[in-house]
Design a protein around this ligand. Structure first.
Ligand SMILES: [Cu+2]
Length: 651
């Protein structure tokens, strides 16, 4: 059929709209996501036509499933059922528990039958009429079909139209099923719903996980989860379908050629296939970073915008719903593939029961059409080589104390007042008076951390004395070659400390939280003593604690940060995120100082949400455009939020 309406094409002429959209993103902060859906054992669906929007301002005629008219139970937070939506409602069900989906076909006259197939599930049907792949819903209420579906495996699964899928899936008739494990015999190590540390960081109290584990396996625990469905749109196909349906609807009354029979069915050519929109959950970047159920995308309720705290185990539920393979790259770490199509990947002939995970670590996660995978991702900052919270203990540069020994006690007496990094005096004008050390550690060979100390200051720590209390010291001998110390100190084992040392004092007055490594080297509830949930550096990699990015910084940022921001000529400046390598409100507070950055630095960052951003995007360059304009398409910004920020997934 000749395309009679090419001039109506909604093509953007120029870059400006997308630039404006991207700027809006930078100005607005970011939204969270989780896996919003509807749960239960009986669902009522309609298939209907509507429009979705894209960032270039285009409205695209589409078909979608809908839960409108029913009153489903929304999880993990309240949502809506639009008249149609892309993707279709995400169904949250339980392994081995059957559920029903009753599908009513409200597609326009001439669109024909429609249906749903649930690959990987046991399905029985009632109603409707026989189709090629499954029972189909004929137009209208009387033609409804009911599918009774049971998944024997947990995990993430696709559903989509089984009727002329080359056209109907392209038009938007697809969605996801999240199947929760039926048993928990092997997941006793996973944190129970409501008690997850990752969910509680920053003062959170609401649990956004759908389950404590993706599968009944001890290595399938997770702290946070996101679902993404990839698809593409060739707008020519959508326009052709819309025009043909309009011709069907207006004929015969407006039949332009009375001797030609009215069309009654669609004859859309789905080839050649030239997609120009590349969607994550029905949206393109930057729309995908707006909230779930955002009113400006009434038929695209689900977003694609991952947030996480350092150390969170993030479950990625991903489905390829379109025609193309999508090579998605999750920057910042690899993804461990946990399962494909609801089948957890376990090692064969393992001596351990249950067998250990066998999924690959993937730099780039490919998703082929119709395929789903579950993967685990995390980011910890381990091994970066600098303190991501911008902590740095300032040291005195010359000796400020003398030491004496008595019994098992070494007493350092300072003779010089100190200030912390912000210039606060560590003591009153009387200065720091006495530091008493007890329990000298084994292995002393010049420099060692103090494991225990008693601090006496005058006056006492308090609001009028903001530098106090000192909680940490670095102690350095002025002479090398001292024999390693072992045993208890007593007067007869004088180690030559009396008056013979140079004491360089450092304070953690600007670093109120210590970093005490757990068995894995992180500061967590497994540290001794345990890290409080409110610790601003929860899950810090302690080996890098207090390591400045530059040992001898030049041009320090106002406020006293230990690093120099990148040359503004080689970086992107933005009001929302300007490239600080640090995490947390303290760090960004420093980057807002009198830096050389023209826009006044990251003034739009929510102070507590000063995260480190990583681009997650398709590695097919064409797919990170919106109708040929970059940036767009399959792109999102993953944000590592500081532990002090509560990730409210409803926002
Ligand atoms: Cu990449």
């Amino acid at each position: 059929m000749r395309n009679t309406n090419m001039k109506k094409q909604n093509r953007v002429t120029g870059l400006l709209p997308l630039v404006v959209a991207a700027l809006a993103l930078l100005l607005s902060g970011t939204a969270q996501a989780a896996v919003p859906g509807i749960s239960g054992t009986g669902f009522s669906f309609t298939a209907a036509a509507g429009y979705i929007t894209q960032p270039d301002g285009v409205n695209i005629y589409s078909w979608g499933y809908s839960c409108a008219g029913s009153s489903p139970t929304f999880v993990p937070f309240t949502g809506t059922c639009p008249a149609m939506q892309i993707p279709g409602p995400t169904l949250v069900v339980t392994q081995n528990a059957s559920f029903t989906v009753t599908l009513t076909n409200n597609l326009p006259n001439g669109a024909g039958n429609t249906s749903i197939v649930f690959p990987g599930a046991m399905v029985t049907t009632s109603g409707g009429t026989a189709g090629l792949l499954t029972q189909e819903a004929t137009p209208g209420t009387s033609g409804a079909v009911t599918y009774t579906v049971t998944y024997s495996t947990a995990g993430t699964h696709a559903y989509y139209s089984g009727t002329q899928p080359d056209l109907q899936v392209e038009m938007g008739l697809y969605g996801a099923v999240v199947v929760l494990p039926a048993t928990s015999a092997n997941t006793g190590n996973c944190s129970a719903l409501g008690s997850d540390v990752g969910q509680r960081l920053g003062g959170g109290s609401t649990e956004f996980r759908l389950a404590k584990a993706a599968y009944d396996h001890p290595e399938a625990c997770y702290d946070r989860e996101y679902l993404w469905q990839w698809s593409e749109i060739d707008p020519r196909i959508h326009r052709q379908a819309e025009q043909q349906l309009q011709s069907i609807a207006s004929c015969p009354a407006a039949n332009p050629t009375p001797n030609v029979p009215c069309p009654t069915t669609l004859a859309v050519s789905v080839e050649p296939y030239h997609p120009s929109y590349f969607l994550i959950n029905g949206r393109s970047m930057p729309d995908d970073m707006d909230p779930d159920y955002a009113p400006n995308y009434p038929n695209q309720p689900y977003n694609g915008n991952p947030h996480m705290h350092p150390g969170d185990l993030v479950l990625l539920r991903v489905i390829g719903q379109g025609h193309w393979q999508h090579p998605f790259h999750e920057h910042a770490n690899h993804v461990r593939i946990l399962a494909r199509d609801g089948r957890i990947l376990l090692s064969q002939n393992d001596s351990v029961n249950p067998p250990r995970l066998a999924g690959r670590m993937e730099f780039n996660t490919d998703t082929t059409p119709g395929q789903a995978f579950d993967g685990i991702f995390y980011w910890s900052g381990k091994g970066l080589g600098w303190d991501i919270y911008a902590h740095s203990l300032p040291k005195s540069t010359s000796s400020i104390a003398t030491a004496t020994e008595s019994g098992t006690t070494v007493t350092l007496t300072t003779f010089q007042a100190l200030t912390d990094v912000a210039g606060h005096p560590l003591t009153s004008s009387a200065g720091l008076t006495t530091v008493t050390l007890t329990g000298m550690p084994v292995g002393y060979n010049g420099t060692f951390p103090i494991t225990s100390l008693t601090l006496t200051t005058s006056p006492s720590p308090g609001p009028g004395n903001p530098g106090n209390p000192i909680t940490k010291l670095t102690y350095t001998a002025s002479t090398s070659g001292l024999a390693p110390y072992s045993g208890s100190l007593n007067p007869s084992q004088n180690q030559g400390l009396d008056g013979a040392v140079s004491v360089l004092l450092a304070t953690s007055a600007n670093d109120p939280n210590p970093c005490i490594p757990d068995a894995n080297g992180y500061y967590t509830v497994n540290s001794n003593p345990p890290a409080p949930i409110g610790a601003r550096n929860y899950y810090e990699w302690c080996a890098d604690h207090n390591h400045p990015l530059e040992t001898n910084p030049v041009g320090q940022v106002g406020g006293g940060g230990p690093m120099t921001l990148p040359d503004p000529l080689i970086m992107t400046n933005g009001l929302w995120y300007n490239g600080t390598p640090y995490l947390g409100p303290d760090a960004v507070g420093r980057s807002r100082g009198p830096t050389p950055l023209p826009p006044g630095a990251a003034s739009q960052n929510p102070p507590e949400e000063s995260g480190i951003a990583f681009m997650w995007h398709s590695h097919n360059e064409r797919e990170i455009t919106t109708n040929d304009v970059f940036p767009g398409g399959m792109l999102m910004m993953m944000l590592v939020d500081p532990p002090s920020f509560y990730i409210d997934e409803t926002l």
